[in-house]
Design a protein around this ligand. Structure first.
Ligand code: FAD
Length: 117
């Protein structure tokens, strides 16, 4: 495994962890401003992600599956789906998205507040 491949895998694991944890902490009932912020974040993430090839692939996935930001559950389900699209292209197993809620609980004190602050 080359150094670049290792870097890409480690970056990917860290990035996915952050990505899914952001979705898991997104409000159940976001304001319009919060939904717009998440959508902008996702598009900027896809633009600035520091693996050019990955970012290019991900932007194509976003064109096909636009971000869903109307609630925590729709954002989390959407993120799980697009990660599965990447998994498929890399011949990795499908993740069971019905388990997403428990998987990315952060254990934060304010976890149940549904706050992004
Ligand atoms: P990862 O895919 O990194 O997943 C980490 C953990 O998340 C898994 O162990 C599992 O517990 C959990 N998980 C798995 N699937 C899901 C899911 N659907 N929903 C929620 N949780 C899940 N690599 C390339 O070689 N080429 C690319 O084009 C490429 N594009 C990428 C695009 C993006 C936006 C990102 C963030 C990463 C990309 N990567 C790409 C990296 C790749 O997706 C993996 O992160 C890397 O190969 C390491 O894989 P892994 O098997 O450790 O698990």
């Amino acid at each position: 495994c080359s150094g670049f491949a290792l870097f890409r895998a480690e970056l990917g694991r860290a990035a996915w962890k952050l990505f899914h944890t952001i979705m898991a902490r997104f409000p159940d009932k976001p304001s319009k401003d919060e939904s717009t912020a998440l959508e902008a974040y996702i598009h900027l993430f896809a633009r600035l992600y520091p693996c050019g090839e990955c970012a290019g692939h991900f932007r194509q996935i976003l064109d096909r599956y636009p971000p869903q930001t109307s609630s925590r559950s729709s954002a989390a389900a959407w993120a799980c789906h697009v990660h599965n699209v990447v998994n498929k292209s890399l011949k990795k197993p499908d993740f069971d998205c019905s388990k997403i809620g428990d998987f990315y609980k952060c254990g934060c004190a304010d976890e149940d507040e549904g706050s992004t602050k």
